[in-house]
Write a protein that binds this ligand. Structure first.
Ligand SMILES: [Zn+2]
Length: 340
């Protein structure tokens, strides 16, 4: 945690950057390859760190004109959602007492734009695990279970379903008022099938835009399995809550969007109308303590086929997004600190 105190007292604001990388054996698509074999920055947390350091650099140069305090929080272990909790357990909020908390994450949106919304940014995800007694029908059961799970889906996916493309699509994407990502149940990230002690276990992730939809989907799933020809083999379902959902403070979203559009133009900030179907972020735990805003920062250059689809083997960013991020969020923090 880095603490920058301005010349005079004023508002206290925190900025979070997550730092961790991911396991990946795919070759790097950038010149600055990872020096740790099997570990790559394919979620852009190196970009988040670079932007936070950039913002710190700008604000330090203006320190004598700043009223207030800025806390730069560099958080480990976002990917396994343990880092934010570890920092809180370690006494983060005894060390700092921010009144507002901000963070960003790179996304497949085009470079040059920032997106956010009041309330939840990501779908609510549960991992579901179906247990069946194994037998001669195990293969059939797996196929049947997949069909039933897929039958829960309510999102109408365009022909080529690729979140990276569809999130940014002006017709169906998140920034369109007619987005397909408004209310939905979707199956995410494939299936995980294994045998254990005479049982066949089938896991998948289902995402929904709210808890009610999730509960409805669970009931439907159980009904279908209990009334199926495999009901004798079906032993039950377990649910595991796997994500944290950043929940943005409506007032702060309003002031932030106004500030960004005032300084950088109305085509810089976009409202997100729907709920993103993948991911989550344990920044949500900081927001449970302090009101804050989580932003998506555009990082793709589609013409050059640089697409910031996080966790994909070819993840890459248009590095202009670092400059954009530093510019926009230095100004936003200065606005909130009442720069004079
Ligand atoms: Zn990430």
């Amino acid at each position: 945690v880095g603490i920058l105190r301005g010349a005079k007292n004023g508002r206290k604001i925190a900025w979070r950057a997550d730092m961790d990388a991911l396991a990946s054996d795919s070759p790097d698509v950038v010149a600055f390859q990872s020096t740790n074999p099997g570990v790559r920055h394919i979620c852009g947390h190196d970009v988040q760190v670079a932007i936070a350091l950039g913002i710190a650099d700008v604000l330090v140069s203006l320190k004598n004109q700043i009223n207030g305090t800025i806390y730069f929080v560099f958080q480990p272990s976002e990917e396994n959602v343990r880092g934010a909790k570890a920092m809180i357990d370690d006494g983060l909020f005894e060390m700092i007492d921010p009144e507002e908390f901000y963070a960003l994450h790179v996304t497949p949106y085009p470079e040059g734009i920032v997106v956010s919304k009041a309330g939840y940014m990501f779908a609510d995800y549960d991992e579901i695990e179906l247990t069946f007694e194994s037998g001669k029908d195990s293969l059939k059961i797996v196929e049947f279970a997949k069909q039933v799970i897929e039958g829960l889906e309510t999102i109408e996916k365009p022909e080529i379903f690729d979140d990276a493309m569809n999130f940014g699509d002006p017709e169906v994407g998140l920034v369109s008022p007619n987005t397909i990502y408004r209310d939905y149940v979707s199956v995410h990230s494939g299936y995980y099938i294994r045998e254990r002690g005479g049982k066949t276990l089938i896991s998948a992730n289902i995402g929904t835009t709210d808890k009610n939809l999730l509960n409805e989907a669970k009931n439907k799933l159980e009904e279908k399995l209990n009334s199926s020809e495999f009901n004798k083999n079906f032993e039950g379902i377990e649910y595991f809550d796997v994500t944290y959902h950043p929940n943005n403070d409506p007032k702060l979203v309003k002031t932030a969007s106004r500030s960004i559009q005032e300084h950088f133009g109305s085509d810089t900030y976009y409202e997100q109308y729907g709920i993103a179907s993948g991911g989550g972020d344990d920044f949500a735990l900081f927001q449970e303590k302090v009101p804050g805003v989580y932003f998506f920062l555009g990082a793709s250059d589609f013409d050059k086929e640089v697409i910031a689809e996080t966790h994909s083997a070819n993840f890459a960013v248009d590095e202009n997004c670092i400059r954009t991020g530093v510019n926009i969020f230095s100004i936003l923090l200065l606005d909130r600190l009442k720069f004079n």
